[in-house]
Design a protein around this ligand. Structure first.
Ligand code: G
Ligand code: G
Ligand code: NA
Ligand code: MN
Length: 252
């Protein structure tokens, strides 16, 4: 597998980069956080999107080292974004289910926080519904440890995976990210589904993020329906770290 050996080199030779997609408070338009999204600048093939190499990394086990790199890089950024005098900014990090097969995951995260001077409350981890499907004890323990340490836990692409409401009762979930397939449809049933998800989250005291917001109409509907936070091309595409930091400079 050429991609596998290239990916090993990529980690070593700094071809990987995180971009950050802002999350916006609908109340006032302020950026309150961002999602870290991996980018690979391949020397010959150019930019390779994560959809094309995360799977390879998972199959080969490279996701463990790759995932640690992502954690470290995102926590460094979170530490800078939350320096004295700056408004709070929480960075969300995508975790692969494969990373949970490593029993040391919560210790790894704790180590990275220590190394980078990042506080637990400055990061959130995004997990997929499929991780929760089998109600495995190791996953449950790790999520509880992460949560107890002050890290928030979000379910990514909520409503599209192996949806089961029971995991909302069984796991310490802080945030639901409503999948963009619900957001980008304007038919009555889709909109009622979004309202139903907002209602579940409200009753359980969870935060909600609407993903994939692209139009002012979508924003208007979400604001009227009581959704607090949104993310999507309407506000910003994922941006390099330098742009994120520049937008957050302390006002003179
Ligand atoms: O940025 P893009 O839309 O191409 O992302 C495609 C998918 O790759 C998304 O589902 C996203 O969650 C996933 N992804 C992006 N960055 C990371 C990462 O750092 N780790 C993991 N495990 N998945 C990621
Ligand atoms: O699976 P996950 O939700 O992590 O996927 C995130 C991906 O979705 C990112 O790679 C990002 O590029 C993409 N994305 C973010 N905002 C929008 C949007 O408004 N519209 C579309 N089509 N894709 C988006
Ligand atoms: Na994601
Ligand atoms: Mn995500």
């Amino acid at each position: 597998l050429a991609l596998e050996s290239d990916l090993r080199l990529a980690l070593k030779h700094e071809q990987l980069e995180l971009h950050y997609q802002p999350k916006v408070l609908l109340d006032n338009g302020k950026v309150i956080g961002s999602e870290a999204l991996l980018r690979w600048h391949h020397p010959k093939m150019g930019m390779i999107p994560p959809g094309e190499f995360i799977g390879v990394a998972e199959e080969t086990g490279l996701i463990i080292d790759l995932g640690r790199w992502v954690l470290h890089e995102a926590c460094c950024t979170a530490a800078v974004m939350n320096a004295d005098g700056l408004p709070p900014h929480k960075i969300a990090i995508n975790l692969s289910p494969k990373q949970f097969q490593c029993p040391r995951l919560s210790q790894t995260v704790a180590d990275v926080l220590q190394e980078t001077g990042c506080r637990a409350e400055w990061i959130e981890v995004e997990i997929t519904e499929s991780l929760l499907l089998h109600n495995c004890e190791g996953v449950s323990t790790t999520l509880s440890q992460l949560h107890a340490s002050g890290i928030s836990i979000a379910i990514d692409d909520f409503g599209t995976g192996y949806s089961s409401l029971s995991y909302l009762a069984n796991f310490p979930i802080d945030t639901l990210k409503i999948d963009r397939s619900f957001i980008n449809r304007s038919d009555k049933r889709s909109r009622e589904l979004v309202k139903a998800i907002l209602s579940i989250a409200r009753c359980l005291g969870q935060n909600v993020v609407a993903e994939g917001v692209e139009t002012v109409d979508q924003e208007k509907f979400l604001a009227e329906s009581g959704c607090a936070v949104a993310q999507g091309f309407y506000y910003s595409k994922p941006i390099p770290k330098s742009e994120l930091l520049a937008a957050n400079a302390v006002p003179e």
